[in-house]
Design a binder for this molecule. Structure first.
Ligand code: GLU
Length: 416
């Protein structure tokens, strides 16, 4: 059984890069471990009247390039190792898009699908009270991730304001627009991924207008990935999509906007008109040009990688491909746009949000799109050039670009 612990996977990916970079042991060890980790147990009064205690984490992985930054996940299967892995990937993500931030991540072990709005608000506020003294705009800045929303960010920003006695909008990003959010943050993760697909298609000589694509995971990133593909790339055919309950397929193609409407009104993609059911597993093996794994970790493993037929994989999820699967995909000639490059659009616009909060002066949507496009396009080409120059796959190339930036800052600071 291949190793599926996300943190072990993150360390193995890093080791491959630091080996190529020829770093000394001290530098490697510092890059392999989080700088600071906080585990808290927080009491929340549930609607029933009983108090439930939730385990939660905040991991600040590396702040050589700037304050740590990264989302907060509410998920029943959250573990400290998942959060460590996600915090490591955030460190490489901010570095690869060249923004002056480090990497961090948070998680609460809970099932938001079984909680009322009131319970979620009390949990969000309690989490902020538990970690509020360890974070801040110049220290560590949370944002949305799996099952956390702009509303949850607003409650947490408000709780932080109560703790400090004044508004501090830059303490958290992904906020709703009226409380200091940025235009364009809601679909930024997917938009950045589509910009990468656009660049990859040119590099590989694929016409995205006539290409087929499938989306595994129909949450925020997956839904916007499906619609923005057609909006930005001017065509393409969405063949299949899935969520945690199941998937749908139509060889004739589906209207992504209508599928999103169906998902938002029924809570699932199943039973969308004119489609057949398909499992999450079968979707990954479909004969499509472009595959968007947009759900959780470990979707493509040594068990199914040989059967993946897509020419381009754009990883909107964090950690969807294991190292064994990476090797198989590389041998097959599949072009992977690795997670911390493909999905870096979210944190990039989060960074823009913080900049706007600091200036207290807000940009137009056109300014956000233009700056995001430049960041993503530059990052894609830095990685693509490394991939060509060093003859390594795109994931290793992304690590080489990102890790060398972090290591250079660590050296300049005198840490190693
Ligand atoms: N949770 C998102 C990610 O994994 C966004 C992080 C952020 O905006 O800080 O990249």
């Amino acid at each position: 059984m291949a190793e599926l612990n996300p943190f072990k996977i993150a360390q193995a990916q890093l080791d491959e890069a630091t080996e190529i970079l020829g770093y000394d042991k001290g530098t490697r060890d510092l890059l392999r471990w989080p700088k600071r980790e906080l585990v808290v147990h927080i009491p929340v009064r549930m609607d029933s009247g009983e108090v439930k205690v939730f385990e939660a984490y905040r991991v600040q992985y590396n702040d050589a390039l700037g304050p740590t930054k990264g989302g907060l996940r509410f998920h029943p299967a959250e573990t400290v190792d998942t959060v460590r892995a996600l915090a490591a990937w955030m460190t490489w993500k901010t570095a690869v898009v060249d923004i002056p931030l480090g990497g961090g991540k948070g998680g609460v072990v809970c099932n938001p699908k079984e909680m009322s709005e009131g319970e979620l608000e009390r949990l969000a506020r309690a989490y902020m009270r538990a970690v509020g003294h360890f974070i801040g705009p110049d220290v560590d800045v949370p944002a949305p991730d799996v099952y956390t929303t702009p509303q949850i960010m607003a409650w947490m920003a408000d709780e932080y304001a109560v703790m400090r006695g004044y508004n501090v909008p830059g303490v958290i990003t992904g906020k709703p627009i009226p409380v200091g959010g940025s235009l364009g943050r809601h679909d930024a993760t997917a938009r950045g991924g589509i910009f990468c697909v656009r660049e990859a298609a040119v590099a590989l000589g694929i016409d995205p207008k006539t290409a087929t694509y499938a989306v595994q995971g129909f949450g925020n990133a997956g839904q916007y990935g499906a619609t923005l593909y057609q909006e930005i790339l001017g065509g393409g055919k969405l063949i299949a999509a899935s969520d945690s309950r199941g998937g749908v397929i139509s060889k004739a193609g589906m209207d992504p906007a209508k599928l999103v409407e169906h998902k938002l009104s029924t809570g699932k993609v199943e039973n969308f008109g004119g489609t057949e059911p398909i499992s999450n597993e079968d979707l990954l093996e479909l004969d499509v040009d472009i595959l968007f794994p947009s759900a959780l970790e470990n979707a493509i493993t040594d068990k199914n990688a040989a059967k993946v037929k897509a020419k381009i994989i754009c990883e909107l999820a964090n950690g969807p491909t294991t190292p064994e699967a990476d090797k198989i995909l590389q041998e097959k000639g599949c072009f992977v746009i690795p997670d911390f490059l493909a999905n870096a659009g979210g944190v990039t616009v989060s960074y823009f949000e913080q900049v706007q909060n600091n200036m207290n002066f807000y940009w137009t949507i056109e300014e956000v799109y233009e700056r995001l496009d430049k960041k993503m396009t530059d990052a894609f080409h830095a990685v693509y050039e490394m991939h060509k120059a060093k003859k390594v796959n795109m994931r290793v190339a992304a690590y080489l670009v990102a890790v060398s930036r972090v290591a250079e800052a660590m050296k300049l600071r005198g840490w190693v």
